[in-house]
Design a protein around this ligand. Structure first.
Ligand code: SAM
Length: 365
């Protein structure tokens, strides 16, 4: 089976590592590839059949897609691949031609192997790049091709609101994928624990990528701009045994973070503090790891405050940080100045896609 796995751009290697780790636990042969056909934000896993023994000693098939949906912290979707194809030059094709190429391709695929004809289905599409067609055009054409193919075997049903099976069609540049979306309509990064919705919250998948980059070893950990608590909550959910702190300047967000932690069942594991990160040393004498999604001045506050805020914060961080920090922001110049002026070294930099922006991510020591 080939599984097409989606995540944020720029963290495919970290997601690949997580998937390899999870699949190793199943004892099946597998191969994981980052950016299949050069597509960013995608990971492909080829996995052999997995089995488990039930309570009566019978050998049962284990659904690898369900296992990944349940266990992954970095993936957004788990899609069982039906086919993938490169359509050279599709970006320049007139709409009729582009859609005909897609329809002809899909109509030859044995979709009947993936769905019972009696099961209501829907097609959801995703399109990225320069094309003369929309994702809605793709959904309609792919839906028509699947319907006509299934009609050979019975009476297919379409249900766009409550489908039993979701086909996912993606056209990214000139690469087309079709698969069965086993995740459903809500992406895995939308965590069920989120009862307080901060206006600038971090995707939980990215929070986990930052935690992976920080490699916390059981030592104390702080998110000094914790907002709704995404980073400390996700760390606590990984059964982290060290001390976890979340600092936030505004009471409303801190209350929200506490509500989220309560909902996630980790309230007892995190110390939430109302306070100012530019006075960090007043709250903690020393801390091993600091990981944070810094204010960008876009949704909250003013952009002109950012250089001063970063300079003051990293000055404080220099007094308390023992091991490693990981920070994410759009404000490249301000963070790099604050990092170097305060005696830290940038050990790693990468860009991660978040909310339509490519965001700068740093590991510092
Ligand atoms: N990662 C968070 C989440 O997922 O909800 C969002 C963090 S948001 C980008 C930055 C947060 O920093 C905001 O909640 C803002 O109120 C807080 N903040 C701004 N200035 C602060 C300061 N001086 N000290 C502590 N928190 C501050």
């Amino acid at each position: 089976m080939r599984l097409l796995l989606t995540t944020s751009k720029g963290m495919e290697d970290i997601a690949k590592g997580e998937v390899e780790n999870l699949l190793s636990g199943l004892g099946v042969p597998f191969r994981v590839e980052e950016k299949p056909l050069g597509v960013e934000g995608r990971v492909l896993a080829e996995v052999g059949e997995a089995f488990y023994t039930d309570e009566k000693g019978r050998k049962r098939e284990l659904s690898v897609s369900t296992y990944l949906n349940e266990r992954s912290r970095l993936l957004h979707r788990v899609i069982v691949e039906i086919a993938s194809e490169r359509f050279e030059g599709i970006g320049g094709d007139e709409p009729d031609l582009a859609l005909r190429r897609i329809e002809e391709f899909v109509s030859e695929l044995p979709v009947e192997r993936y769905v019972k004809v009696s099961e209501p289905f829907a097609v959801r599409s995703f399109r990225k790049g320069e094309h003369k067609i929309t994702s809605l055009d793709i959904s309609k054409k792919v839906g028509k091709a699947i319907f006509e193919r299934l009609e050979r075997f019975g009476r297919p049903k379409v249900n766009l609101d409550h489908p039993a099976v979701i086909f996912r069609a993606e056209l990214i540049g000139d690469v087309f994928f079709l698969g069965i979306d086993t995740t459903g309509d809500s992406s895995l990064h939308k965590r069920p624990w989120r009862v307080y919705d901060h206006p600038a919250h971090l995707k939980a998948s990215i929070a986990n990528a930052l935690i992976e980059l920080a490699r916390p070893d059981g030592g104390s950990f702080v998110d000094p701009f914790c907002g709704s608590g995404t980073i400390p909550i996700e760390l606590a959910l990984r059964s982290y045994e060290g001390r976890i702190l979340g600092l936030e300047k505004y009471r409303k967000h801190l209350r929200g973070a506490e509500m989220n932690a309560l909902s996630a069942g980790v309230m007892g594991r995190i110390e939430f503090l109302l306070g100012d990160a530019t006075r960090l040393s007043e709250y903690v004498e020393s801390v091993d790891f600091a990981v944070s999604n810094l204010p960008y001045g876009l949704k909250i506050g003013r952009k002109s405050m950012i250089p001063g805020l970063y300079m003051d914060f990293f000055g404080e961080l220099a007094k308390v940080l023992e091991k490693r920090g990981v920070f994410i922001t759009t404000e490249k110049r301000a963070i790099e100045e604050a990092i170097t002026e305060n005696g830290f070294e940038i050990k790693h930099h990468r860009l991660i896609g978040h909310g339509g922006l490519m965001v700068h991510t740093y590991i510092i020591e």
